[in-house]
Write a protein that binds this ligand. Structure first.
Ligand SMILES: [Fe+2]
Ligand SMILES: [Fe+2]
Length: 354
C-alpha cells in the first residue's frame, strides 16, 4: 500500500511535507491597518457579495455522496502517490486561507463589521474545502493534522496591500485550476478516477466570489491601482504567482498526466486565463503572449528540477549549495528579464476587456 512509503506523524496522520519555496504558505498581516481600511468606495460591491455569501449556494454541496463509499484499492500506486500529494497541497492551501480569513475576521470584528462578516464567511468556505480534501485523503488511509499544522508552520508577514494582491491572484488562479480540471474531465469521464473532481464546478464558484471580494478591496484602495508603485507591485505579484505555478505544475506533471492533462498546456492555459481576469482588477497585467514569456518560465522549472536533484544527492551540504548557486542565479536572471517585458496597461483597457 502506498501509505507505507509516506512519513507519518502518528498512525494514519501524514507528517506535513517539508516547507519549501513552493509549498503553500501561512500568512499573518497588520490587522490594525485592515480594521482601519477605508472601503467606502466599494461598499455597495462588498455588500452585494456579502448577500451572495449569506445565501450560501454551496451549503449542501460539500457532502460525501454514495459514490465516495467504495474501495480505492484499484488505483495504482504511482497514481495514488501523486493524487495524495495533490490533495495535501490543496488542503494545506485551503486551510491557510481559512486561518488567515478567520483571524482577520476576529481581529476587526468591532471596528469593521462589514469586512469582518465577509472574512468570516470566506473562512467558512475555506474550512469546508480543506475539510473535504482532508476527508478525501482519509479514503487513502492518511490525513493531515490541521491543528498540528496551525501550531507548527512558519507564518509569513504580509502587509495588507500584499495580502490583497496575492490572495486575489490565488483565488482567481484557484478558480481557473479547478474549472479547467472540471471541464477536461467532463469531456473525458474515463479519466476520472475519484469523484472529488466532479465537485469542482460549484467549488470553484466559491473561489471566484472570494476573488471578487479581493477585487473590491483592491479597487477601494486607489493607491493600489492608481500609482506607479501599484503598477510595479501588480506585475511583481503576477509574475511570482505564475512562476510558482509553472514550477509546481511541472514538478507535479505526474498528477496532471494521471487525469490525462498535459502539464505544459494546463499551466499555460491557467496562467493566461488568470492574467486575463486580473485585467479587471490590476492596473497592469503581463504580456504572456510575448515569445519569451512561457519558454523562460519553463526554463526556470527545468533549472528548479535540477536543483532538486542536487538536493537529493549524497553530496555534502556545502557542495550541494555551491552546485545550486549558478542555477539560482539563472532563475533570478530569468525572472528579472520577465519582469521587464513591457506590460499591458489594464487601466487603459478598462471597460473594454470583459
Ligand atoms: Fe477554497
Ligand atoms: Fe478561496
Amino acid at each position: 500500500m502506498a501509505t507505507a512509503t509516506i512519513e507519518e506523524l502518528k498512525p494514519g496522520i501524514k507528517a506535513p511535507s517539508q516547507e519549501t519555496l513552493l509549498t503553500p504558505r501561512f500568512y499573518t498581516t497588520d490587522f490594525e491597518a485592515i480594521a482601519n481600511m477605508d472601503i467606502s468606495a466599494q461598499k455597495d460591491e462588498l455588500e452585494a457579495v456579502l448577500a451572495e455569501m449569506e445565501a450560501d449556494y454551496n451549503c449542501r454541496h460539500f457532502r460525501r455522496t454514495e459514490e465516495f463509499k467504495q474501495s480505492w484499492d484499484h488505483i495504482d500506486e504511482a497514481t495514488r502517490a501523486c493524487f495524495i500529494d495533490f490533495l495535501e497541497r490543496s488542503c494545506t492551501s485551503e486551510f491557510s486561507g481559512f486561518l488567515l480569513f478567520k483571524e482577520i475576521s476576529r481581529q476587526i470584528k468591532d471596528r469593521n463589521p462589514l469586512l469582518s462578516k465577509v472574512f468570516h464567511l470566506m473562512a467558512r468556505d475555506e474550512a469546508r474545502h480543506a475539510g473535504f480534501l482532508n476527508k478525501a485523503m482519509s479514503d487513502f488511509n492518511i490525513s493531515l493534522d490541521l491543528q498540528y499544522l496551525t501550531k507548527n508552520r512558519t507564518y509569513t508577514f504580509f502587509k495588507p496591500e500584499w495580502v490583497i494582491y496575492a490572495v486575489y491572484l490565488s483565488e482567481k488562479i484557484g478558480y481557473w485550476r479547478y474549472i479547467t480540471i472540471y471541464r477536461h474531465l467532463e469531456k473525458h469521464p474515463e479519466q476520472q478516477y475519484y469523484p472529488l473532481f466532479k465537485m469542482f464546478e460549484s467549488w470553484c464558484q466559491d473561489e471566484n466570489r472570494h476573488g471578487d471580494i479581493f477585487n473590491a478591496l483592491l479597487r477601494s484602495q486607489k493607491s493600489m491601482w492608481n500609482t506607479w508603485r501599484g503598477r510595479l507591485w501588480s506585475r511583481f505579484f503576477l509574475l511570482t504567482v505564475f512562476a510558482t505555478h509553472t514550477l509546481t505544475v511541472h514538478e507535479r506533471a505526474d498528477f496532471y498526466e494521471s487525469i490525462g492533462l498535459n502539464a505544459q498546456e494546463f499551466d499555460r492555459h491557467v496562467a493566461r486565463k488568470t492574467n486575463e481576469t486580473a485585467a479587471r482588477s490590476f492596473p497592469e497585467i503581463l504580456d504572456v503572449d510575448h515569445p519569451e514569456f512561457f519558454p523562460r518560465l519553463e526554463k526556470c522549472a527545468q533549472r528548479h528540477e535540477k536543483m532538486q536533484q542536487i538536493e537529493q544527492s549524497n553530496a555534502p551540504k556545502w557542495l550541494k549549495n555551491l552546485r545550486k548557486l549558478p542555477l539560482m542565479a539563472a532563475i533570478f536572471g530569468d525572472l528579472v528579464r520577465l519582469y521587464f517585458i513591457k506590460p499591458i496597461d489594464a487601466e487603459a483597457l478598462r471597460g473594454t476587456v470583459y
